[in-house]
Design a binder for this molecule. Structure first.
Ligand code: UD1
Length: 430
């Protein structure tokens, strides 16, 4: 199994191309099940999660082709992928496929809307808390679906004439449940109003693509989304928005290692809160024509407190990385996780590198240390794994990160992107 070997101490200088967002690509790919026409997505990242979803969509009858000519973008390859689900051949998403990635549960929305039924295994995914599906079930039931849970599967059936537009207010903000209800409501009879909806940029990107397919969605990006049902959707061509989590991760890597890097093909407005925290930690951040420049020369890292929140708050998907950065700060910082319980598995691993972190409920107290020392560490989930890479960049000597498959789920060509900027990072295959 692959491992990543990092020898810390080098500054980062150069350009890092930012890939298309994994968390936008996945729901966009799933939206292709809503039409018998072709949905073409540009800027699709080449990641294990995307490949897994390609298998899942294929199981439902999607015909998928990846553009032979890969579009060259700096050092990464943004792929154009065509999805055509002329006929849905199966409305069952089996355990073997869904258990590998939580987002594959989201096929329930389009399958139910288009075929009137869906049988989808309860999901798996990162072990970062219980992550139930009650909001999906409650929301789809509000649209008239009859839902039963049986033998680890959710069996959903729409009324004879199809789903029915309704008003549903989420009791808690959920990105996935917002994606699913928005997709399901596009083909419902009448108008659906979703209250307390997620405002994440990926929700806006999905709404934009659905509208290009003929849906009538408004209010995306606010907490009230209105969807007027239409009879059918057509194909479209859509470019996946930049990955704000990858952007923030590399910004934190530069803040940690020091140096001067341009993050290309991304937008600061996707992650204002996180960039502000990095600025307060002592890095200079400016916008360029096509991205963000981040510089930290000489100045030390200052302690900054953060609390994760739904967008536009500090993203939970950058919490582990920010903790990595704070391990080297000149004081004490507090990091509070409000989205997922149990999303502190990186704490123990960071401690192996010499970090001083104590946990009290949902808050981690990080006492900055003047030096970290390389050690063997283990990736525990997608975002936790990259926090170890960030810490490794500033640790003395060698850090060896095992269970790298977590990283491959969400970071395209990580070692190449960092190495190009002068880091000593390599993949070791056993
Ligand atoms: C998405 C992102 C993930 C990110 C998360 C929060 C993708 C593929 N994944 O995950 O990277 O960390 O948003 O920004 O886009 N909840 C319930 N019941 C439900 C659904 C969710 O209680 O039915 C809870 C969850 O346990 C969690 C909170 O709601 O505590 C937010 O989860 P949610 O926004 O749904 O996360 P995902 O969509 O799974």
């Amino acid at each position: 199994m692959d491992r990543i070997r990092i020898v810390g101490g080098n500054e980062l200088h150069g350009v890092i191309p930012i890939s298309g967002a994994k968390n936008a690509a996945l729901p966009l790919m799933i939206a292709s099940l809503l039409t018998d026409d072709t949905l073409t997505l540009e800027n699709v990242p080449h990641l294990a999660d995307v490949e897994q979803l390609i298998r899942i969509l294929g199981n439902h009858g999607a015909d998928i082709s990846v553009n032979g000519r890969r579009e060259r973008q700096g050092e990464s390859y943004a792929r154009t992928v065509h999805f055509t689900s002329r006929n849905i051949v199966s409305t069952t998403a089996p355990y073997e496929l869904v258990s590998k990635m939580r987002a594959s549960f989201w096929v329930i929305g389009p399958l139910l809307a288009r075929e009137g039924k869906a049988r989808v295994s309860l999901p798996g995914g990162c072990a970062i808390g219980t992550r139930p599906v009650d909001l999906f079930i409650e929301g789809l039931a509000a649209l008239g679906a009859n839902i039963e849970i049986d033998g680890g599967y959710v069996n959903a059936t729409a009324p004879a004439g199809g789903l029915i537009g309704a008003r549903y207010v989420f009791p808690k903000v959920s990105v996935g449940a917002t994606h699913v209800l928005m997709m399901a409501a596009t083909l419902a009879n009448g108008t659906t109003v979703l209250g307390n909806a997620a405002r994440e940029p990926e929700v806006v990107d999905l709404a934009k693509c659905l509208n290009a397919m003929g849906a009538k969605i408004s209010g995306q990006g606010t907490s009230t989304i209105t969807i007027e049902g239409v009879r059918s959707l057509s194909g479209a061509r859509h470019r996946v928005l930049p990955d704000r989590i990858e952007t923030g991760t590399y910004a934190m890597a530069v803040a940690m290692a020091g140096g001067d890097v341009i993050l290309e093909d991304t937008e600061a407005s996707l992650l204002d809160t996180a960039l502000e925290a990095i600025r307060r930690a002592g890095a200079e951040i400016s916008e360029t024509n096509n991205g963000i420049r981040i510089v930290r020369n000489g100045a030390g890292i200052k302690p900054v407190d953060i609390v994760t929140d739904p967008f536009p708050g500090f993203p939970t998907d950058l919490q582990a990385q920010f903790m990595g950065l704070m391990t080297r700060s000149s004081g004490v910082s507090h990091i509070t996780e409000t989205i997922f319980e149990n999303r502190f598995m990186h704490v123990q691993e960071l401690a192996r590198l010499g970090a001083k972190i104590s946990l009290s409920g949902q808050t981690a107290k990080v006492e900055g240390v003047s030096r970290l020392k390389g050690a063997p560490v283990m990736a525990t989930d997608l975002r936790a794994s990259v926090s170890l890479v960030i810490a490794g960049l500033a640790a003395e000597g060698e850090t060896m990160v095992s269970r790298v498959y977590h990283l491959d789920r969400g970071f395209e060509r990580l070692e190449e992107k960092l190495t190009r900027c002068g880091a000593h990072v390599e993949r070791v295959s056993d």
